[in-house]
Design a protein around this ligand. Structure first.
Ligand SMILES: Nc1nc2c(ncn2[C@@H]2O[C@H](COP(=O)(O)OP(=O)(O)O)[C@@H](O)[C@H]2O)c(=O)[nH]1
Ligand SMILES: [Mg+2]
Length: 310
């Protein structure tokens, strides 16, 4: 059941809920929604609706189709426009990365799973690795996506070669995800030619970011063991679209009832080929394996591979 929203900047998005009633609710994340082709949706101004939709704050009476659109045809037309707009921007971003020999990785998770902590550990480890090997250093940039604040960008400044901050609350309607046009905006602040690797920290959300191609070559998610082993089944789109899952905060396992076997089975049910990396961004466990995945030569533009073997 579709819902469509228009942004301040005039772009229109929609999302369709994946159950017949229109909502698949979960206490932590509000609702889940999915798209036929895995892209497109959003929220924002409430102009077309009686609500303005921050996730998790939808009153229970909002059930069923409240799209405000009369026909399926209109929905399809709007969706097609959104998909083609985002896909064109994503393709342009990817072309810019390729031209500069930059590998771009879209990193997603729910809020607090440990993306920023993992990125800080990643940036430090990349430097240490270069020092230890005497090889060329991977020049790493960060696109930091947050609804508000520069807190995470500030945490990574000094560790990364370049940092671009995207506050989605500022001119993007408070979006719960990054889309390709937003990342294109961030690229204006970056000198891609001076980078080998671009790590894009998406907005913390287990639903929306999965649906937008931002032009990255690879997608990874950080999953914290504190989130519970059922999450791949509850948020299958996110777990499906990524090529790697960093299972973070394993240092906390002794204090939790987390069932690793059940988690891996649930993950395999939705994504049997995902690379699973057991990690603690706090203690450093798994960071080497994560670096290996990040910098693996397959699917990399020539620049990064050349840099690593130099
Ligand atoms: N115990 C433990 N805490 C962690 C780990 N990684 C991150 N954290 C903590 O989890 C909280 C959220 O981390 P943050 O990196 O901000 O998550 P983000 O919202 O996904 O960027 C912070 O208090 C971190 O210190 C970990 O591996 N182990
Ligand atoms: Mg963060």
């Amino acid at each position: 059941m579709g819902r469509f929203h228009r942004h301040d900047d005039g772009t229109v998005h929609s999302h369709s809920h994946d159950d017949v009633a229109g909502h698949s609710r979960d206490g932590e994340q509000g609702h889940s929604h999915s798209h036929d082709d895995g892209v497109g949706h959003s929220h924002g101004d409430g102009a077309d609706h009686a609500h303005s939709h921050p996730h998790g704050e939808e009153p229970s009476q909002w059930v069923g189709d409240h799209s405000g659109y009369g026909t399926e045809v209109e929905r399809v037309e709007v969706l097609e426009r959104i998909f083609s707009e985002n896909d064109a921007a994503a393709a342009a971003n990817r072309a810019a990365f390729d031209a500069a020999g930059v590998t771009a990785v879209n990193i997603m998770s729910s809020p607090g799973a440990g993306k920023t902590t993992l990125l800080a550990a990643t940036l430090k480890a990349l430097r240490q690795r270069a020092e230890a090997s005497g090889g060329a250093r991977v020049r790493a940039g960060i696109v930091e996506g947050d609804i508000e604040t520069a807190i995470d960008a500030d945490r990574l400044r000094g560790l990364a070669d370049q940092v671009a901050l995207l506050n989605t609350g500022n001119g993007f309607g408070g979006e719960c995800h990054l889309d390709a046009p937003m990342v294109a905006r961030a690229l204006r602040d970056l000198d891609l030619e001076a980078l080998d690797l671009l790590l894009i920290e998406n907005v913390g959300n287990l639903v929306c970011p999965a649906e937008f191609d931002v032009g990255a070559h690879r997608k990874a998610m950080v999953f914290s063991v504190t989130e519970g082993e059922d999450k791949p089944l509850k948020y299958p789109v996110m777990f499906k679209v990524v090529e790697a899952v960093v299972v973070n905060k394993v240092d906390l396992l002794p204090y939790l009832d987390f069932d690793s076997g059940a988690f891996l089975a649930n993950l395999a049910a939705v994504n049997p080929t995902a690379r699973v990396i057991s990690a603690s961004a706090k203690t450093g466990v798994g960071i080497d394996e994560w670096l290996d995945w990040l910098t693996a030569s397959e699917n990399q533009p020539a620049g990064l591979a050349a840099n690593l073997t130099a």
